[in-house]
Design a protein around this ligand. Sequence first.
Ligand code: SF4
Length: 466
Amino acid sequence: MTVAAYTVSLFLRIAKIDLITYNANNINILIAFDLINSVSLRLLQNQSINLPCIMKKFDIPNYYRSSFISTIKELRKVTDPRKKDFSPTLLDFGSVQFLIARHFGFCYGVENAIEIAYKAVEENPGKNIYLLSQMIHNPIVNDDLKEKGIQFIMDTEGNHFISWDELTKEDVVIIPAFGTTIAIEKRLTDLGIEIQKYNTTCPFVERVWKQSEKLGGTEHTIIIHGKHNHEETRATFSHSDKNAPSIVIKDINEALILEQIILGEKSAEDFETIFSGRHSDNFDIEKHLTKIGVVNQTTMLATETQEIADFLKETMIKKYGEANYKNHFADTRDTLCYATNDNQQATIGLLKEDADLAIVVGGYNSSNTSHIVELCEEKLPTYFINSAKAIEDNTTLNHFDFHNKQSLTNKDYLPKKEDVTRIILTSGASCPDTIVDEVLDKLLSYFDTTIVKESIIEKLEAEKNT
Ligand code: SF4
C-alpha cells in the first residue's frame, strides 16, 4: 500500500467507512469516496491506483433490503474481504438447493441514486419533483418513487410524458444514475432549474465521459460500444461528441462493418445506411477513422467488449502495420464498471456448478441483467423474471425473452426429480434483495422441506468460524 493509500484508509477508519478492495484486471481501483467529499472521489476514481476500495453505506428504504440476503452477503465479506472468490454460496434446504451468486443486487450507483431520490422527496414537500426518466431499470423502485409523488418527464426512449414548458425554476429535477445529455442539462439550466443538487449520475458513468475526454484530447475518434437507445449511451455519446467525432456500435458484427469501412471495402453511403443517427454530425470516414479509441457503456458483456477492442486493434494493424498501429489505436482499458465485472465473474463462478435451472431477477430493460441471463443461457435453462409474481405455481412461470423482447410462459419449469433440485438464483445491479428473497421463498414453498432459513444462516456462520 502506498503512503497516500495508507493515509486514505486511516482517514476512512476514523470516518467509519467500510473498506473493501475491488480488483479488476489486476488493478485495484477505488469504488467510492463521496462521503468525505466529491472532489476526492473525482480525483481518485480517475487514477490507475493501488488504493483500498471504499464503499459508503447508503441510507435507502429498509424494504429494499432482505435480512436473510444481507446476512449472507455480510458473511461472505468476512470470509472473503478482498473479493477474490467468485464461487457461489450453497443454501441447502434438503430437497432443494439454491446456488446464490457471490455478487448480485444493488451496486454503488443504484444505492446512491435511490438515496438521493428519496432525500429529494423528503426535502421538498409541496414542490413538483421530476425524474428525467426511469431512475434505474427496475419497475418496483420506479413505481415506488411514483407513489411518493415523483413524476417522470420522459420514457426510456426519450418520449415526453411532460413537456419542458410545464417546468418552472421552482421545480426539482432528479438526473438518473445513467446521467443525461448536454442538451438536456442546458435545457434545464435555461429554465433556471438547479441540476447539481439531485444529480445521481453514477461516478462510473462519469469515468467513461472522462475517458472519452482524454481520447478526444489526443485526437482519437471515439468508438462507443453500447446500445444506442440506452439512456446511459445517449448521455455518453453526447459528452463524447463534445470532445471528438464519435460513433456508437452495438456488437462485434458492427465492428466488422466498421473494419470494412476503415479498410475502404465499404463506402460512405454504406456507413450512413448502417450508422445513421449514431455518429457525430459531419462525420467523415476518410478523416475520422484514422485514429480511434474504444469506450463502453458500463454494463456491456465484458467478453464482447474485449473482443471488439482486440478486433479493432487488429484492423489498425492490418491498415497501418504492427510498427505503426499505436499511432492509430488507443490501447486503453475497458470502461465497464466494477458491478458489471463483479456480477459477470460471479455468474461465471455460478456456472461452474451443476444445476437444473437458473432464475435471474431484474427489470426487463436492465442491460446488466440481460448479460447475466445471456451467460446463464449458454449452460442451462434460464428464466428472466422481474418479481415473484412471475411464478404462478410449481409448474407455470412467466418470463421474458430479452432477445426477442417478448413475454413467454413455461408450463414445466421445475424438473420432476426424485432427488435434489438445484436452482441458480441471482439478480442484476438494479434489483432489490427483497425481490430475490421473495422469489426464493416462493420456490421454496413448492418443496417438501423442514429446513428453515435460520438453520441455513447458522450453518453458514459455523462454516465461517472453521
Ligand atoms: S451498474 Fe455500474 S455504472 Fe451502472 S449504476 Fe451501477 S455501478 Fe454505476
